[in-house]
Design a protein around this ligand. Structure first.
Ligand SMILES: [Cu+2]
Length: 269
């Protein structure tokens, strides 16, 4: 016993040194170092500072007339593209090529046809939509988007319908910001009772989708004898397109959504 006593002491001593080395840095940070500034202290003056504006098109904020469409002033930092506004009013088939080229919208995205009832606006409306994926945020809100783990290793944000576009999904080749046509919620489609409306889904996305015009008065089959309801049994596969036709008899505000694997796709936007 006496023989091992000094060895035991030595082990205890080394143990104390080791403890001091392991724990000392942690203790000195909390007890001795100056407290770093807190997040709330840094943000105290945030309300009084105007957020930086990174718009590449300050001229889009001005009131202007494009292809005969009067567009009001829009003083926010990143105003909507007024050429896209003019296109949404007149149709992509009725604006000049110069106007079309100022947008990200495809030439066949919004074809406005005959004025059947002679009331001054087109009553035959052809719309082409795509599905795109949004991650991060949308120009229509300051909220951050959730992402959903829909499959192992796959965690996208929202999927939204957008007007059929051309070019890239970002503002420019050297930008990391989404093109402003990609936004949540999906576009509002405004039509009149009796209008003949064809909405074509061109599925450029990597998953099947549909358009289900929920609550909108629509026939079971389209004029080609194919599905017109856009539910589970009739998915539009990647690379395919499908026509949905309506001629609404009732006024109202109704929603449309994808109806494929509804528990996921409805949550995804
Ligand atoms: Cu879908």
């Amino acid at each position: 016993m006496t023989k091992y006593f000094p060895v035991l002491l030595l082990i205890l001593f080394i143990g104390c040194l080791a403890s001091a080395v392991w724990f000392a840095p942690t203790l000195s940070v909390s007890a001795g170092a100056e407290a770093p500034p807190t997040v709330s202290a840094l943000n105290n003056n945030a309300d009084s500072i105007e957020a930086p504006c990174s718009s590449n098109h300050p001229e889009w904020r001005q009131a202007q007339v494009i292809d005969g469409v009067s567009i009001a002033e829009s003083p926010i930092c990143d105003a909507d593209n007024p050429y896209a506004v003019a296109l949404a009013v007149k149709g992509s088939n009725n604006v000049s090529m110069a106007t079309l080229m100022q947008t990200d919208i495809a030439q066949d995205a919004l074809i406005l046809g005959e004025d059947l009832d002679q009331d001054g606006d087109p009553d035959v409306i052809n719309i082409k939509l795509e599905v795109v994926e949004l991650n991060g945020s949308s120009p229509d809100g300051s909220f951050l988007m959730n992402t959903f783990a829909i499959a192992p290793g796959l965690q996208p944000g929202l999927w939204v319908f957008t007007p059929k576009s051309r070019g890239m999904a970002i503002k420019g080749y050297n930008s990391t910001e989404a093109a402003p046509m990609l936004r949540a919620p999906s576009p509002t489609i405004r039509v009149e009772q009796g209008d003949k409306v064809v909405i074509t889904l061109e599925n450029t996305h990597y998953l099947p989708h549909t358009i289900h015009l929920h609550g909108v008065d629509h026939p079971w089959l389209n004029s080609e004898g194919h599905d017109n309801d856009g539910v589970e049994e009739h998915p539009v596969l990647p690379g395919e397109q499908h026509r949905y036709e309506i001629q609404p008899r009732h006024a109202g505000t109704m929603l449309y959504h994808c109806h494929v694997q509804t528990a996921q796709h409805l949550m995804m936007g």
